[in-house]
Design a binder for this molecule. Structure first.
Ligand code: ADP
Length: 228
């Protein structure tokens, strides 16, 4: 995929002057398709790696640092949209740092991506210790999600948008996989046009739940960029 992307970009850069009309559009489609497929492969690899993690060398992870790393990874989207992303003091949890960076960058990235055009995105990350677990919340002022979609958006390849908003439909599936890995739960509270708050719970103490192999939907149900 990387090769196809590179060569189609090369074609577009070097020969766009001698390509015209349909030929140009074809190369452009190849380049975009390959880029989407590359992102999908990266997401699938991340998902598989979380599932395969055996818990060796897990350690204490400061979620304040995780938040900073996630911000770095979402930097261009945050700058492009002039998003205001804040956080309260976050706890230290036990696990693998990259898992929590994936979790935060997907939730913050979505909060910025699905912000709508009316207001600059505002995203706030907070944490509270309740009923013997940490409850982390990522709240936004975006387009919101109708209650009938609250559960299914966590499924692999489930999207509520078409190609007009880029995505593979794997972000929330990755978040769910991370949270299940640590025996927690993830859910969303939202109404259309009233923003969304994603909640997840993580244990206060060391505890890692082994995962069984995660079944993915059959290949024919996979649709990139299509609705649910
Ligand atoms: P992707 O963003 O690649 O489509 P995700 O798995 O991250 O996939 O999200 C699944 C769907 O959930 C998105 O297509 C979007 O419709 C919806 N969604 C996720 N986060 C938000 C949010 N913060 N506000 C509104 N809708 C959201």
């Amino acid at each position: 995929m990387r090769l196809i992307t590179s060569y189609s970009q090369l074609l577009l850069r070097r020969f766009s002057g001698s390509l015209e009309g349909d030929a140009l559009r074809c190369v452009d489609c190849i380049e975009q398709g390959a880029r989407r497929m590359q992102q999908l492969l990266t997401d699938l690899l991340t998902y598989a790696q979380i599932s395969a993690d055996d818990g060796a060398d897990h350690d204490c992870v400061d979620l304040n640092l995780v938040f900073q790393k996630a911000l770095q990874n979402c930097k261009s989207a945050i700058e492009d949209t002039k998003a205001h992303v804040t956080s309260e003091e976050l706890p230290t949890v036990y696990g693998r740092e990259t898992h929590f960076v994936e979790l935060f960058q997907n939730l913050i990235g979505n909060a910025v991506k699905y912000s709508g055009k009316e207001y600059a995105p505002r995203v706030h990350v907070s944490a509270a210790s309740t009923d013997g677990v940490w409850r982390i919340a990522v709240a936004d002022n975006g387009i919101g999600i109708a209650p009938e979609h609250h559960r299914k958006i966590f499924g692999a390849f489930k999207r509520l948008h078409g190609k007009e908003i880029a995505g593979t439909g794997m972000g929330l599936a990755i978040c769910q996989r991370v949270i299940e890995r640590y025996g927690g739960q993830i859910w969303v509270e939202s109404q259309v046009n009233q923003g969304a708050t994603f909640y997840c719970t993580l244990p206060l103490t060391k505890s890692v739940t082994p995962l069984s192999a995660a079944p993915l939907p059959a290949a024919e149900t996979i649709s990139i960029g299509l609705g649910l």
